[in-house]
Design a protein around this ligand. Sequence first.
Ligand SMILES: [Zn+2]
Length: 231
Amino acid sequence: MSQQPDGSEQMDLAEVRWASRVNPSTIRRLYEADAHGIVDEELVDEVGFALYARCQSILRVTGAQHGQVTCPRCEAIVARKGAGPWDQPDEVIICSQCGWSVRWRDYLRSYQNKHLVGGGATAMHEAYVEQFANARSPREKMLAIDRLIHAFHWELVSDPGRPAARELIYARNTTELLTFLDRLTYGEGSTPGLRESKAQWKHKVTASPWLRRTGFHPEGWPEPDSQKARH
Ligand SMILES: [Zn+2]
């Protein structure tokens, strides 16, 4: 275990890296190619691995929020003493396997305001990491990508909440993101299953109270008048 001065030094914080949200234009190109029946393996991997890295960052941050910090050097899990993220900010976290260390408040600051807390979508992030790692063909990867970016928080247990893509794809706000997802290209050549999942997505968007409050409405989809009347 290395001795560190206990001033404001950031210790081994430089080794902590967080993946950025994915560029929407790359995803747009992927859906365009797919709609024309073009299997662009390189593009599938570009999007797929970017989402994979992003999901891993989210799962790591979510673990840290619950007291389980993953060592960026050797991947060991280091348990915090502080109960919640705001307890014991000066606690020094030390990996007993390799000696990596960081002050908790510096680590916490490194991921704040980066949309990295998984909330009600961690089951989807976990599922994607597993599905993408085990996918044998570009089409299987495409289906895993499609499932992930069209998922909603809490949809496995209750009404769909915010879009999981909010933490995954860069957009200025939720409406811009929903518009982007709504306008992805589909066609005769689309990977089987994609158009069906898009129809389900539109249905969820219009049925969810949380999403209706955003004021967004999918293109070419009937207004949910009966539901509106109830609220
Ligand atoms: Zn370590």
